[in-house]
Design a protein around this ligand. Structure first.
Ligand SMILES: Nc1nc2c(ncn2[C@@H]2O[C@H](COP(=O)(O)OP(=O)(O)OP(=O)(O)O)[C@@H](O)[C@H]2O)c(=O)[nH]1
Ligand SMILES: [Mg+2]
Length: 363
């Protein structure tokens, strides 16, 4: 038997082509929709035909009678045809892989991938656009993708009309303590009215951690406490009931440090009258490979927002952007340098997008 493929715009037409050639007594091997390199969806119907019939219908009766080929030659010819067909199919598959969306859209897609945006996210946006003019226009498509990104990004507004407890968690050295100091200064001194702020430090692991926070607190004349157990935490929160904002600093944790995680979860789950807002501090310099681990581990703590630190340390924001697109968390603040209290911004989509666009245009 020989497999022969009939291609048409729809399955019915492909089947009709086969019927026209071989009659209705067909043995169908497969029928499927295939996207070709020109982005057109076509239907392929593959039928199995006896060798003899294939020769007769494809090359005329002569192929079998007048100039009958010796059996070996016929076999050789059929082999050759089979091989050619395989080669054609391979070529087509190759085209499908390298040119799935057409030249323009593929170029744009690869540009965004190079900048750190994950392929599945890009595909989810591009597939519905197949066949539309946007896919042929580079500028338009780049703008479209940026708009989609803008739509997915979320910002958590700074709300201070009720008292709150904010706990900062995150990997080691991302800037939790520095950001706590900036936030404390902001709430206590830099807004339209002064808020009553207290600091709590749960970081009893790192040498000097207490001193680091105490140093900032002393300069700003803000109360600060160091707490070692969940019970003491509970008591302290009750004692500080009249405060507007309680900022809680935690030990930096590698995503693999189970012991510290369990300890922090204990604090977060402590029975206290107010909800603790947990903010993950994530450096803008986060590595692509670490992103998923960071999210998976820290999301146990019921994250409310992400504070992005070290904005000043990179020009590439794709990985960070990818994190935001994938994990559906709002951004609350951006830390843009080491200076306390100056280098802190309330998060904004525009700020992140502007930097990301700068990076994309460089590519
Ligand atoms: N360039 C830059 N440096 C920062 C920023 N935020 C913090 N740092 C610096 O990063 C270093 C670590 O900051 P910390 O605030 O101690 O970080 P941490 O997350 O509390 O660290 P651990 O408690 O050890 O986990 C310090 O040298 C900070 O000055 C930032 O936005 N930009
Ligand atoms: Mg710290």
């Amino acid at each position: 038997m020989i497999n022969e493929t009939f291609v048409a715009s729809d399955p019915k037409s492909a089947y009709e082509q086969a019927v026209e050639k071989y009659g209705t007594d067909l043995s169908i091997v497969s029928a499927k929709q295939v996207k070709y390199a020109d982005n057109e969806l076509r239907s392929e119907v593959v039928i199995a035909v006896p060798k003899k019939l294939f020769m007769e219908r494809s090359f005329g009766a002569q192929a079998l009678t007048g100039a009958k080929l010796p059996d070996e030659e016929e076999e050789a010819l059929l082999d050759e045809i089979g091989e050619l067909k395989t080669q054609l199919e391979e070529m087509r598959d190759g085209l499908l892989q390298t040119g799935r969306f057409g030249a323009v859209a593929d170029e744009v897609k690869h540009l965004f991938m190079k900048k750190g945006i994950a392929e599945p996210w890009l595909d989810s946006i591009l597939v519905p656009l197949i066949g539309t003019p946007v896919m042929e226009d580079k500028q338009l498509l780049v703008s479209y993708l940026l708009e989609e990104i803008d739509e997915v990004l979320q910002v958590k507004e700074e709300v201070l009309d009720h008292s709150k407890i904010m706990m900062l968690v995150g990997p080691t050295g991302v800037g939790k303590t520095t950001t706590i100091a900036k936030l404390a200064a902001r709430y206590a001194y830099l807004l339209e009215r002064p808020y009553k702020v207290a600091l709590i430090n749960l970081d009893s692991y790192k040498v000097g951690a207490i001193e680091q926070l105490a140093h900032y607190a002393d300069i700003m004349q803000i109360e600060h406490y160091s707490i070692a157990s969940a019970e003491a935490f509970q008591e302290k929160i009750a004692e500080l009931a009249s405060y507007d904002v309680i900022l809680v600093d935690t030990a930096g944790m590698s995503p693999y440090d189970t012991q510290k995680f369990i300890k922090t979860v204990e604090f977060v789950k402590t029975e206290i009258p107010k909800k603790i807002e947990v903010a993950l501090v994530l450096a803008a310099t986060v590595k692509y490979e670490d992103m998923a681990d960071i999210y998976e581990n820290f999301s146990f703590l019921n994250l409310d927002s992400v504070i992005v630190s070290k904005f000043d340390e990179t020009k590439h924001f794709g990985t960070l952007m990818n994190f935001m697109l994938l994990y559906d968390l709002p951004m609350s603040y951006f830390s843009t340098g080491q200076e306390v209290p100056d280098d802190l911004l309330v998060a904004s989509k525009e700020y992140l997008l502007e930097r990301f666009i700068g990076d994309v245009h460089e590519g």
